[in-house]
Every structure is written in C-alpha cells, then in structure tokens.
Design a protein around this ligand. Sequence first.
Ligand SMILES: *Cc1c(COP(=O)(O)O)cnc(C)c1O
Length: 477
Amino acid sequence: MRAHPAGPRHGDMVSALGAPAAPVDAVSLHELSPVVWPINVARGSGDNLTQRSLEVAGLDVRDIADEFGTPLYVLDEGDFRSRAAAFRRAYDDSDIPGKVYYAGKAFLSATTLHWLADEGLNLDVCTGGELALALRAGFPTDRISFHGNNKGHDEIETAVAAGVGSFVIDSYEEIARVAAAATRHGTVVDVLVRVTVGVEAHTHEFIATAHEDQKFGLSLSNGAAAEAIRRIVKLPSLNLVGLHSHIGSQIFDEAGFEVSAHRLVGLAAAVRDEHGFEVAELNLGGGMGIAYQSDDDPMTADQMATLLRGIITRECAGYGLSLPRIAVEPGRAIVGPSMFTLYRVGTVKEIDLGNGHARRYVSVDGGMSDNIRTALYDAEYTVRLASRVSNADAVLSRVVGRHCESGDIVVRDCWLPGDVSAGDLLAVAATGAYCRAMASNYNYVPRPAVVGVRDGKANLVLRGETIEDLLAFDPAL
Ligand SMILES: *Cc1c(COP(=O)(O)O)cnc(C)c1O
C-alpha cells in the first residue's frame, strides 16, 4: 500500500515504488510498441528530430492539436473497426454461432455506434442515457441488450416500447417490472438471468470461491438464480433465452472464464432438468484484458473464442446438453487501444528525492478529470513525447494533471527525455476505455473533445465542452 498518493519522497524508495527500469538508450524512449498504440500510429520520417512527431493515419498530431486544442482524445477509426471486426469474425465464422455485444459503458458516441453497427456487432447498454443515445443514433434496436442492477420503471418502459433485443435480469423486482411492461405492450420480451457465479477475476489472478458480496446478479449458491428462473418461466410475457455472467475486467488468464463457464453450464443443466428446456445462449460477459504497457500480453479475440468454445463444448457434453450460442461483451478490448490522449506540457519541476535521485514532475493541461483510472485503479499507462523526438538523456518522470489534488496523476512512473518542456505534446496510449466515459468536470474543467482520424482526415466524434457549457447549468448566473 502506498502511504500517500504522490508516493514516498525518499530516494531510497525509488525502486520500492515500482518505477520501471531505465530505458537502455534514448531511442527506446520513442518506440511505439504495436501492442500498446493504435495500428495507424507511427513516427514521421525525416532527419530533423522535430520532423519525427507522432502521426495518426498520416496526420501529424501537431496539426490535430492546433485544430482541435488539447487535451484531446484521438481515436483511430481503422484500429477501432478492425478490433470490432476481429471479435465478430471470431464468434461468427465458426460451427457454433456466437454473438458479440460491445459494452457501451467503455465509450459511447453516435459515430462509434455507426461503426459498430456496420461491423455487425450488438450493443450492451445499462442506463436510460446510454439507451437514448443508441436509439437516437439509429442503432438496430433488436441488437441492443439492456443491463444494469437498478433499471428504473421509465427506462424499462422506454426499452420495451422501443423493442430492445433482450434484458439481462438482475433482481426479482425487475422480473415483475419487465413482465408488466411487456404485458402492457402486448409483447413477449427475451430475458437472460445475470448469475453471480462466485468467480472474481482481475488481470492474472482470479478467485473461484469469491464471496458473492456484491450488488450484481442473482446468486448461484444461495438459489436466487434458480428462483428467478422459476418466476420467469411462469410469466407468459417473458421468454428465458439464456444465462449471463461477468466476472471482472482487464483479465489475462482464462482460468476465471473456465470456472464461470463450468458453473453456468451446470445451471443450464439444472434448468433442463427442472423445466424441460435448454437455454439458447450463454453469455460470459466482458473483461478481456488489453496491453497498457509493451510487456502486457493479452489474448486475441480469436484465441479467446477458441478457448471459450472448447470449454463450453466440453462442459455441455458432460451434461448431455446441446451447444448453446456463446455470447461475449468486450468493451475495453475494442475501444481501449484505439484511442490515445494528447496533452500539452505546461510546467516542469525537478524534485530531489535524496540519495542522488530526482523526479521530474511534468504537468499537462488535463489530468484526473479526463483520466481517473490512475487515481482510481492504480492504472499504469505508456506515455511518449509526441511533438518531436529528442536525444536528451532519460529522466524519471511523473506526468501529472492540473487539478487541485496531489493524487492527480496521469502516469505515475515513466522515463521521458530530459529536455521535455512547456509547449511539448505528450501522448498517453490506450485511453479509449473508461477515460472519456468516466470524465468529470472537477475544478470546472470542461471535458475534452474526441476526434476520429481516418485516411489523413480528422473529424469530431464528440465536441469538447466549453466553460460557457458549464456555466449554463447554474440558474443563478
Ligand atoms: C463492464 C462490463 C462489460 C465490459 O467490460 P470490459 O472490461 O470493458 O470488457 C461487459 N459486461 C458487463 C455486464 C459489464 O458490467
């Protein structure tokens, strides 16, 4: 545990802080690992170091920053589409047809919804706001699934009236609410039951007997899931199509999915034995990890699909069940690596840590309002000098924001060229998921714009807020 979010200040604590090893040479400070950066990001060519700025699909980030300002989220359309397409192919082009739902909470906009619709994906929403955006953007309604542990009456009403494809049921109350809405509209609604399977997975660790002490889902072990199914099958306005489980996020290890699939198939067999029918779909949720650093090694969509098919085929054979449709809900794995954040450096301070160690605090024009993940989850990001390359020696640096809080850190420990100074642009990789989506207006800082880049052209995906936008909420002004 860290004693203070800014970290211990003594030089002999540098290694204890987990600072990454110093880079071997200045060149490695400018490397763009393909597992971390979007596929269309590269360095410009030229003998002059200032010509070697970052480019996205042929556009110089300096020009993008001049046109749209900073901080700015930059989204590589080609990268986003290729990840979405890879997921669809991995689950479509096989003997066992599957379904891929994009988890909207990771990042949502009308533009990206159009791309997802083009690429043949389905969509998860979990609030009336996400649903309203999807409906307004014209996302095919029958491809939307409605999640959430406390869907309101109005939200359910809107979703049923719009004809969303399915509801993932998360409570007894919701069974009655959805059934009533379906009856009012003279329709039958497809539902899945969200099952708490007692598995919790994060990155390389998982716990198979995780305490079910959490707000999501209906417990397998205390019989709540089985009871929910009993109530659903009695209601003619509800049609049980499947079982659902979501075990965590940023997962690299298949073991958690294996245990969760095992338990879901066990419940599917119990449903057949008690009610005499087999569920059509098993949804294993999202959580597939991505690379934030060059040595992270996540599974590809294909590897993951092959693995899940193997597990479910084996488990179903064990119970004599026919194979259900396999569904997954990647959010981060599609949008996370497709976007990076562009910041402009404002100030640089050298802090003496003692024992001959120093740390450079590099302040940028954004921070915890556009990326809360470092403060919230200890997330570790890759950062690069983006407006040029430099031959200066690497110095241990910390990229911090502009907010009135010492925990306002974007990248806790990194090595940057020693001559990084005011006016330089920095790019922080893999900020597509849960950064803009979780952005706030802390300190009355407007949320940055998102621009999509393709074939040398940049287009607004979300306009940036202005201070006038923020003042407009105050009726006393
Ligand atoms: C958050 C969430 C997802 C997406 O998780 P990622 O880690 O972004 O893939 C999918 N399904 C459910 C139910 C979720 O809550």
